[in-house]
Write a protein that binds this ligand. Structure first.
Ligand code: ADP
Ligand code: MG
Length: 767
């Protein structure tokens, strides 16, 4: 904060430090305005360009979009800091900082023709200015202004009275901008922007002097504290005028033509300061040719990287397994059922990859209960038949343990040795286990990420299987790969990932989908219950248990802390046992139990000795107890839809009718209810995933950034799915023609791709 003084002639002298900060040390013009709160805002005006656009200075700057934003006139240290907060450090960052909406200021309107709901620009004269109180006793400043056609009211609620009185009084003329509201006959604008005109000012001349603000479709930018829209617009105008010409794409002209793309520089200009003939609505939807061009450009290089990465894998030497049926045939005989068509199809896709002399990188996607575990086991046995080891990695100990129990059960009779390795194996026991892995006496090694720890050495790792991939990063895939000599990698996920997301996050994997559930399943009935109808939920639990069935009650992560989550679950279990269901056996499962304890609880539940299992979300993935037919989820509103779907997948695993009961707060908002209704309406994992993606956005959908989701500058996965597919097709076709981008005409494409995505896609080998 700096104190400044106005002398008796009304002149304001700015201290040197402030002049420096404003970036006008060499002299220049500022615009001055009072904002709604009566704060004075000074914004440096760009110097009126004397030189032609293609001046020497511009040519020099052309090469240097990496230069800092402080090179823009008027951007001093304070603004640099603010701009940095919204991701703008360089000139290039600024070029790609897109407006999030647009305002139509093409026309100067008369007061009578102001349209409600629009942001309008008009000239008017202040008729009256008064302070008054609303009926609620709130102070407000009210101004009536008008022209020969009519009047309009301006209103402020937070204001500095002294300033307002000085600035706004009858007789003053100005250009006003603001969003028009209609109340009955009266039209109002809340704290309009104003530019005062003196008696001799010619309005057209004033407007012509500030082409970033008047006479056009105006961009509205995302802002941050200390950065005002008007200042931002002036900064952007300068950046665009001087530097947009410096961007160009290296995408081939045929491709640009095929997709009706603009030259990149034009697209950048248009997206910031659209020509007057643009369709405002298309602009606001991000659906203009300019938007399309920028989005395509961004997706294309990502997909090019993914295509190269996938090609890179297939060019490495890998293991060519033989399918000799030594173990797989006997296992299929052992099963009390036959494989579904989908399981068979996916399995043959996997086998084909395994037989090829390149490393496999395949993603198997299948809804909960579609039988992925069995597919994975059959793939594992192919590797074992060839004398190789297999590592199976699960995200939680409980899941690893369950995989172990299932797989161990099947493999024992086949004479295949299976070993479980988790973080809870310590000391001597651990040493022994590691020795069995090292010596090769264990064929299938199941575990959590303990499996990829440094100390673990495999005798001969041929296949790595990662279950529930989205909890692991791309990194883990890489480490697992290094535990053998280019082993095959199979990734399994139960989250039905919408196509656009899968294409960016897992774009370097081939995809198999298990799109069929084993027969004889009855769809789960889902119903939302308000907290106040809890007794009905308990009634249903009682009925089902009386029929010999079992139930889960799930507790979410309550308020961030794991501790309180635990407490809530423990208290719930106690309460249910002592008060609600004294006649039943209630069990408790949570992440803080020792592995033996967890195993004991799971074993009891599986054996039917526990009727009602209270659990935290540790059971979210993979738990398989077909006799359980009731899934109660407490505080359902706190879960993502995909997570609810996963939980619901724990029931409905037999021919008995199953129920999923979502208990939600009595005070749940309409939106919250609407969201949960998706669960009632469908059991289709893809539809749920898509709804979830729409509501929560891609980052949240996958849980963490770690999931490998790239940050896009301009593209949106929700909005631009179609463009993504187009860009992917072009990129993959190109890599098909020139698998390593060796042709001279593709060198610049490759460089550009590496520059943008190289580090993030771990493409070191490709360069
Ligand atoms: P996912 O891991 O895909 O959620 P699971 O592998 O846990 O599904 O399979 C769920 C249940 O279905 C398991 O009890 C499994 O034994 C059984 N199952 C798997 N394949 C079949 C099939 N083809 N027919 C009948 N039951 C099957
Ligand atoms: Mg599973």
């Amino acid at each position: 904060m700096t104190t400044v003084r106005i002398d008796k002639d009304g002149l304001l002298t700015l201290p040197a430090a402030l002049v420096e900060q404003l970036g006008v040390a060499g002299g220049g013009e500022l615009t001055a305005e009072l904002d709604a709160a009566g704060q004075l805002i000074l914004t440096p005006l760009p110097e009126r360009a004397a030189a032609s656009p293609a001046s020497l200075a511009e040519t020099v700057h052309r090469k240097n979009l990496a230069a800092g934003i402080q090179h823009i006139k008027g951007v001093g240290p304070k603004l640099v800091e603010a701009l940095q907060r919204i991701g703008i450090t360089t000139l290039e960052d600024a070029l790609y900082h897109l407006p999030h909406r647009y305002e139509d200021r093409r026309e100067l309107r008369s007061v009578a023709s102001l349209r409600p709901g629009r942001t309008e620009v008009f000239e008017a004269i202040v008729v009256s200015a008064t302070t008054s109180s609303t009926r609620g006793g709130r102070k407000q400043y009210e101004v009536v202004a008008g022209d020969e056609t009519g009047t309009v009211v301006f209103r402020w609620f937070n204001f500095n009275q002294l300033w307002m009185k000085k600035a706004w009084h009858a007789g003053k003329r100005g250009i006003f901008i603001g969003e028009v509201n209609q109340f009955g006959q009266r039209r109002e604008i809340l704290h309009p922007e104003v530019e005062w005109l003196s008696a001799e000012d010619d309005i057209q001349a004033v407007m012509a002097r500030d082409p970033a603000t008047y006479g056009r479709i105006v961009p509205v930018y995302p802002l941050t504290e200390g950065l005002h829209q008007k200042a931002m617009r002036h900064i952007m105008k300068q950046v665009i005028d001087a530097y947009a010409g410096a961007v160009s794409t290296v995408i081939e002209p045929e491709v640009l033509q095929r997709h009706h793309l603009l030259p990149l520089a034009d697209a950048v200009r248009e997206v910031h300061f659209p020509a007057a003939d643009n369709d405002l609505e298309a602009l606001n939807r991000g659906a203009t040719a300019a938007h399309h061009t920028l989005v395509f450009d961004e997706f294309f290089f990502l997909e090019l990287g993914l295509a190269l990465k996938r090609r890179g894998f297939t060019m490495e030497a890998g293991i060519a397994f033989e399918v000799n049926h030594k173990y797989t045939k006997p296992l299929l005989k052992l099963l009390p059922f036959s494989l579904t068509h989908a399981q068979r199809r996916v399995l043959s896709e996997i086998k084909e990859d395994m037989m090829a002399p390149y490393p496999m990188h395949r993603l198997v996607q299948g809804d909960v209960g579609s039988g992925k575990t069995l597919v994975a086991l059959l793939a594992a046995l192919v590797a074992v038949e060839n004398g190789y080891q297999v590592a199976i990695m699960a995200p939680t100990e409980i899941l690893a343990e369950q995989h172990y129990l299932n797989i161990h059960g099947w493999c024992e009779s086949l004479g295949v040795s299976v070993l479980l390795l988790t973080a809870s194996h310590k000391g001597k026991e651990r040493e022994e286990l590691l020795e069995r892995v090292r010596s090769g006496s264990a064929a299938i090694i199941i575990g959590t990420h303990a499996v990829i720890q440094e100390k673990v050495e495999f005798h001969r790792l041929g296949l790595g299987i990662i279950d529930e991939q989205h909890r692991f990063g791309v990194l883990q895939r890489g480490i697992l790969k290094k535990k053998g000599e280019n082993p095959d990698i199979l990734v399994m996920t139960a989250t039905p990932i919408p196509r656009t997301l899968a294409m960016t996050v897992f774009g370097d994997l081939s995809l198999s989908v298990v799109d069929e559930l084993p027969p004889g399943r009855t769809p789960v009935l889902t119903k939302i219950y308000a907290e106040s109808r809890r007794h009905q939920v308990y009634g249903l639990i009682r009925e089902e248990v009386a029929r010999g069935r079992q139930a889960y009650i799930i507790y979410p992560l309550v308020e961030e802390s794991e501790k309180s989550e635990l407490k809530a679950a423990v208290q719930m279990a106690e309460h249910l046992q002592s008060a609600a269901f004294p006649e039943l056996k209630v069990g408790l499962l949570h992440g803080k139990l020792k592995p033996e304890e967890k195993e004991a609880v799971m074993a009891d539940f599986k054996a039917g000795e526990i009727h009602l299992l209270v659990a935290t979300t540790v059971i979210e993935v993979g738990i398989d107890v077909p006799n359980a037919t009731v899934m109660v989820i407490e505080h359902a509103e706190r879960f993502g839809l995909s997570q609810l779907h996963q939980l619901r997948g724990r029931v409905g695993r037999s021919s008995h009718q199953s129920h999923c009961l979502l208990i939600a707060s009595d005070r749940l908002s309409d939106d919250g209810v609407k969201r949960l209704r998706v669960m009632e309406a469908t059991t289709d994992g893809f539809r749920i995933a898509e709804a979830d993606l729409e509501i929560r956005g891609p980052g949240d959908f996958l849980g963490t950034r770690q999931a490998g989701l790239p940050d896009f500058r301009v593209a949106s996965l929700l909005r631009d799915g179609r463009i993504l597919e187009e860009a992917r097709r072009e990129a993959f076709t190109l890599v098909e023609r020139d698998p390593e981008l060796k042709l001279p005409e593709h060198q610049r494409l490759k460089e550009e791709m590496l520059k943008r995505w190289g580090g993030r896609l771990e493409l070191a080998g490709i360069a």
